[in-house]
Structure formats: C-alpha cells, structure tokens
Design a protein around this ligand. Structure first.
Ligand SMILES: Cc1cc2nc3c(=O)[nH]c(=O)nc-3n(C[C@H](O)[C@H](O)[C@H](O)COP(=O)(O)O)c2cc1C
Length: 301
C-alpha cells in the first residue's frame, strides 16, 4: 500500500475502520448464531462474495476465478455476486448453483443492460443490479474494456427495476441522497461502496452508513457494505453500524489464487468464525440483534 497517496479512499477507509474499537460483554452472553435473512432467503452468515469480473484461471486449474469463488459461496451457503461479463460467462456462474446477484455495468447501450438483466433472470439469478459508481472517468463517461458507460437517471433505473421480477440491487451508493433515490425507484437492496477507491477522498462506507440506515428506516431495503472487508471484525462493525451484511473483496484473492474453491471456503469460514467469536463476546446471540452500543470511535470527526 502506498501511504503517500493521501487521497486514496482505500487508505482512508482502512484507517477509519481500524479506528473503531469493540468493547466486551461476557456476562449472560452465549455462543452466537450467524444465520442471516436477506431478501427473503436464509443464508449461513452475513458475509458475501464481491461483484468481481475478469478473473482468469489460476495455477492451470480448469475453472476461472469467478466460477471457483461462486462454488465456494454455494458450499458456504452465502449470497454470491458477480460483475461485468457477457452472458456466456454468467451462464457458467449460474451453473455452479450459487445464489447469485448479477451486477451489470451502466452501459451506454441500454439494450445491452436490458439483455443482461433478462438473461440473468432467465438463467436463475437470485437478484440483479447495477454499479452506479462506474459511470464517470476523467474524460467524461468511462470506457471499460472497450464498452462505453453513460449517465443513469432515476427513470432509467426505475425502468430496469420494472423490467425484472427479481430484487434490484444498486451498487455504489455513498450518500443519503442516492440512497433515497434508490428507495424511490423501488430497489430491493443497496451496496454502500466506493468500489475500491474510485472516488478520491471518498467517505468510508462505514462512516456514511449510519445516516443511510436512518434515511432508509422502514423502507424495507437491504443494506450491504463493501470496501476493505477482510475479517470478522470488519463484518461485525459494518452490521453494528447498520448493514445487514458485508461483502469481502480483494481480501479473498490470495486464497482464491492459491487454493481455488477450498481456499475461498476456508477464508470465508474464517471470517465467519471471527464474527461469531466477536458476537458471542459482545452479547449478541443473533445477527439481527447486533447494534453499535459496543463500538468506540477513536478518530476525532
Ligand atoms: C478484479 C476486480 C474486478 C471487479 N469487477 C467489478 C465489476 O465488474 N462490477 C462491480 O460492481 N465491481 C467490481 N469490482 C469491485 C468490487 O465488487 C468491490 O466493490 C471492491 O473490490 C471492494 O473493495 P475491496 O476490494 O477493497 O474490498 C471489482 C474489483 C476487482 C478487484
């Protein structure tokens, strides 16, 4: 990590997360249950995989990284995500049997957006969505692997929500303003994220999360957090601050590259074990019971 790049949101986020400390509450506490309800489904824990794309095959193994981590998500019974890809690749991920959310790009070609959303639904996706934080580049609209992106209006997003019977997940929400727009267009869930630091000086997702949680109170929208999530402690803090679940990201890549499906399974289960230990040690026997009263904030705002 280059600590000289002070505008790097990854570093700012890491520092913020690490500045939040956890107090212990042992008396009357019991070993915690990690079972998680999300969008009407029951999962083994509130840990999710990231919406990744463009992973190759590692160490000469047959399946690529996207397929391998999807298999690990299925084995662990957690919600799986995938990102930018053509339908052919999504078909292979769907074939793993993992409950998967397909996050499509904010393509300038709206026909492509619609085609990918409809394909995902037909192929058995658990949910679909879009990463709204990958619209702009320094020359205007970004071009990602040769594909042009474009502005996404509330009306465009609403039309995608209406196109599918599946829950629609907006990824890349980093303000109350966007969170409220997601509620208005009928999104089923949001991912509070800065997409591993696309925006310089981006507010850490966990810093803006409590405001977003408050703004969405009673609206029935699921909230996931990502960026820098690497441990059970990180997941615990995200949930305590208002998320329903957290997604790991680049933290799972070494395990994926090295040992594929079993590597990611072990990594995810390790995150779950630490989460259970912290929940048990702080008096929360259920994921839904976790709150921020055990957190101590050591950074001056
Ligand atoms: C190799 C790679 C590919 C990614 N592809 C996508 C993508 O296609 N769509 C998307 O929404 N996010 C994509 N992301 C972003 C992740 O979903 C996630 O938001 C981010 O990695 C979280 O930050 P972290 O890695 O620090 O945990 C990608 C990230 C990486 C490292």
């Amino acid at each position: 990590m280059d600590y000289t790049r002070l505008s790097d949101a990854n570093i700012i986020t890491q520092k913020y997360m690490d500045s939040i400390l956890i107090e212990a509450r042992y008396i009357d506490s019991v070993a915690a249950d990690l079972t998680t309800e999300f969008l009407g489904e029951t999962f083994a824990m509130p840990v999710m995989t990231p919406a990744f794309s463009h992973l190759g095959q590692y160490n000469g193994r047959e399946q690529n990284g996207l397929e391998e981590y999807s298999l690990a998500a299925k084995e662990c019974n957690i919600l799986n995500f995938c990102g930018m890809m053509e339908n052919e690749q999504f078909a292979k991920i769907a074939a793993t049997g993992a409950k998967t959310v397909r996050i499509v790009k904010p393509y300038a070609d709206q026909g492509k957006v619609r085609d990918q959303l409809q394909y995902a639904e037909a192929a058995g996706a658990f949910a679909v969505g879009m990463d709204i934080d990958h619209i702009f580049g320094e020359n205007g609209y970004d071009v990602v692997v040769g594909e042009e992106m474009t502005a996404q209006t509330s009306d465009m997003l609403r039309s995608y929500v209406e196109l599918t019977k599946l829950p629609f997940v907006v990824k890349g929400v980093l303000s109350v303003s966007d969170a409220l727009k997601c509620a208005e267009i009928g999104a089923g869930a949001i991912i509070v994220s800065h997409h591993h630091g696309r925006l310089p000086y981006a507010v850490p997702p966990m810093m803006v999360l409590p405001e977003i949680k408050k703004a969405l109170q009673g609206k029935g929208i699921g909230i996931i957090v990502d960026c820098g999530i690497a441990s059970g402690a990180d997941v615990f803090k995200a949930i305590a601050l208002g998320a329903d679940a957290a997604a790991v990201g680049r933290s799972m890549l070494p395990a994926l590259e090295q040992d594929g499906v079993t590597g990611v399974q072990d990594f995810l289960r390790g995150v779950g074990r630490e989460l259970r230990y912290i929940m048990s040690s702080t008096g929360f026997d259920q994921v839904s019971a976790i709150d921020s009263s055990v957190l101590h904030f050591t950074l001056a705002n």
